[in-house]
Design a binder for this molecule. Structure first.
Ligand SMILES: Nc1ncnc2c1ncn2[C@@H]1O[C@H](COP(=O)(O)OP(=O)(O)OP(=O)(O)O)[C@@H](O)[C@H]1O
Length: 365
């Protein structure tokens, strides 16, 4: 590589296979690569159900893995401790949201407030040209001079949904070396290089929730029983009781414990009244949604945008019209009624493979 193309790049290393391969590829391309792991959560803080502390500290294990990979590929490696910031900016928000009757998305918050804010800032302090991550997403510069955020080519792994908050400034300094690859290719590259994490499994759904048991996590945080109450239908008839509103998400069917001739689903959560509202499948349908905190990767041309939208990560995008307001809110109307509009989740607007922007779901229309 010509010397002038040699860049100084910080790679965010989680200790997983994706960011390890990303680091190796950047190094092989001849860049000056610096590995950084963020310590965001210490499992030693977590008390297991039986009242015992976990005897291993998984996040430190991951940092250990990242360090070994960095050694193996021959790059300097640092750990930044963001525990306090992560607690304030991601975990507290996650817990608060559940206690407000919403279903949060902590990964978007982490990208928005930690990775592409604090970590990107660290990278700048280290004089780096770019921050790279192992996300499956693509960044391209258009003829309009703007950066565009595209889906990763592997449809099963595409993580562009989690990145909708990225701004032009952030994208200008970000690289996604795995955007053109499939997970299978990435695993093969890891094995070919003998990276010690090649066989490592997928990370858990929420990095700070051990065993993906978020209910236990919330009850460890705030105590159990506080949000227990009634299960009601739309007319207010009491059909049963529940152990905490945060145990329920719109669209959920299991765990209601109500005998009823037709299947019942959670159609709403009223945290103030501590009620879980249930109804038949058709009550899940909405013609649209309201969103707040709407941001655009590329500013829209008019006040209405024709797009397709994803209302949760594992959702097939559906056609919609977005009516944008100056205050950062929007009304989103689906072409066909859609099931399970869930307050607290992100709605992300796409045009084919491109992420246009997104926001936070407040309610249904
Ligand atoms: N603790 C961390 N420290 C530094 N970077 C991180 C950390 N956690 C995640 N990242 C970065 O964010 C990217 C996406 O994170 P995510 O948790 O979705 O990982 P993943 O898709 O399982 O990837 P990986 O296999 O690299 O863990 C990672 O590839 C990595 O670049």
């Amino acid at each position: 590589m010509a010397e002038k193309h040699r860049q100084r790049i910080v790679i965010a290393m989680s200790g997983g296979v994706d960011s390890s391969v990303a680091a190796a590829l950047l190094k092989e391309e001849g860049h000056e690569v610096i590995g950084i792991s963020m310590q965001v959560w210490d499992y030693a803080n977590f008390t297991a159900a039986e009242g015992e502390k976990f005897d291993t500290c998984c996040s430190l294990d991951d940092i250990h893995d990242a360090r070994r990979v960095a050694e193996q590929i021959g790059i300097p490696f640092y750990v930044v401790n963001f525990e306090e910031e992560f607690r304030r900016l991601v975990i507290d928000d996650f817990v608060d949201e559940y206690f407000r009757g919403r279903t949060p998305n902590p990964c978007v918050r982490c990208n928005q407030r930690v990775k592409f804010e604090l970590l990107l800032h660290k990278a700048r302090e280290l004089d780096a040209d770019f921050l790279a991550t192992g996300h499956y997403a693509r960044r391209v510069r258009g003829e309009d001079g703007l950066y565009h955020l595209l889906r990763g080519v592997d449809p099963a792994k595409d993580q562009s949904y989690f990145l909708f908050t990225l701004t032009q400034d952030q994208l200008a300094r970000t690289l996604f070396p795995l955007g053109e690859m499939t997970k299978e290719q990435v695993r093969r590259l890891a094995a070919e290089r003998g990276l010690r994490v090649a066989e490592k499994g997928e990370s858990q759904e929420i990095c700070f929730v051990p065993d993906d048991d978020y209910v236990r996590f919330l009850e460890d945080e705030r105590g159990a029983g506080l949000m227990a109450g009634e299960i009601v239908d739309r007319d207010g008839n009491v059909l049963g009781r529940h152990g905490g509103t945060y145990r329920y998400t719109v669209g959920q069917r299991r765990g209601l414990g109500i005998a009823h001739p037709t299947p019942l689903y959670v159609v709403g959560v009223d945290a103030e009244r501590r009620q879980v509202i249930v109804g038949p499948a058709e009550e899940l349908l909405a013609t649209g949604l309201t969103a707040t905190g709407v941001t655009w990767v590329v500013p829209p041309q008019g006040q209405t945008v024709e797009a397709s939208c994803k209302i949760r990560y594992r959702h097939q995008p559906v056609p919609c019209t977005v009516a944008v307001r100056a205050d950062g809110s929007a009304d989103v109307r689906f072409r066909q009624p859609e099931k399970s509009v869930t307050p607290g989740q992100a709605v992300v607007f796409y045009l084919d493979d491109e992420v246009l922007g997104g926001g936070w779901i407040e309610g249904r229309l």
